[in-house]
Design a protein around this ligand. Sequence first.
Ligand SMILES: NC(=O)c1ccc[n+]([C@@H]2O[C@H](COP(=O)([O-])OP(=O)(O)OC[C@H]3O[C@@H](n4cnc5c(N)ncnc54)[C@H](OP(=O)(O)O)[C@@H]3O)[C@@H](O)[C@H]2O)c1
Length: 255
Amino acid sequence: MSPSAFPLAGRTALITGGSRGIGRAIAELFAESGAEVIICSRKQQDLDGVAEGIRAMGGKAHAIQAHVGKLDDIERLVGVLDERGLAVDVLVNNAGISPPNTGTFCDTTPALWDKIMEVNVRGPFFLTAALGRKMAQRGRGSIVNISTTSALMAQPEIGAYCVSKAALNTMTRCFARELGPQGVRVNAISCGVIQTAMGDHTMNDPQRYADMMKINPLKRVGYPEEVAAAALFLASDASSYSSGVILQVDGGVLS
Ligand SMILES: NC(=O)c1ccc[n+]([C@@H]2O[C@H](COP(=O)([O-])OP(=O)(O)OC[C@H]3O[C@@H](n4cnc5c(N)ncnc54)[C@H](OP(=O)(O)O)[C@@H]3O)[C@@H](O)[C@H]2O)c1
């Protein structure tokens, strides 16, 4: 483990969707920076592989299967954390889905709408409510929500996703106001296109990719490690006077 610019030694961090992509990069960087990390997603086997890799590098990691859109799973996850004596200092609400719409925004089916909202909005809300309350009782904590530029740029072909992330941004500010007086900071990262399984959706569509690059001053996609670096800053004491911030990590798309 190399020394980190933003140490997390002595902190326990839960990263949802930590089995691949941005969540995995965050979990690995946090562990490298001294945190004991807990990762969750729907597939135990994938989680185990990431946790084993972190342990092999000398870090501390726990892998707990949970579907963040299911309230029973959130309750069970919080129960397992209590049983293991893991008090979460840092929560990263990273798990998210962006299924392609099969028609226009008007065509969004109730089933697709509910599926997106349950993972991208309901999950982060109830997990933050459960763990944020515990952080407030201990008088400290940092919550980082992984959002997107699509929250501000209407894209009707993934309209329900845009709406869900706009809700996440507003949720960030509501929790920042409510939990701030108890020492809990709540921030978000607004990602541009990042090279992951989800990002492939844009990168594999030549027209969509060309449109994105037209408005991207850095003329490239981002990498999970670049989002992880921003998450580490927001998780650590280096950002101790920042709360309610939506930090752009998007190559300058919104400039
Ligand atoms: N990549 C981009 O271009 C981009 C841009 C802007 C914002 N973002 C945001 O960044 C976050 C991470 O995206 P990514 O690109 O890293 O996506 P990804 O590669 O598809 O990874 C998503 C992660 O979330 C987990 N997950 C999905 N549904 C879940 C559920 N119901 N419960 C628990 N875990 C779940 C996945 O594991 P399982 O499938 O095994 O559950 C996986 O670990 C998302 O919130 C996304 O909206 C991504």
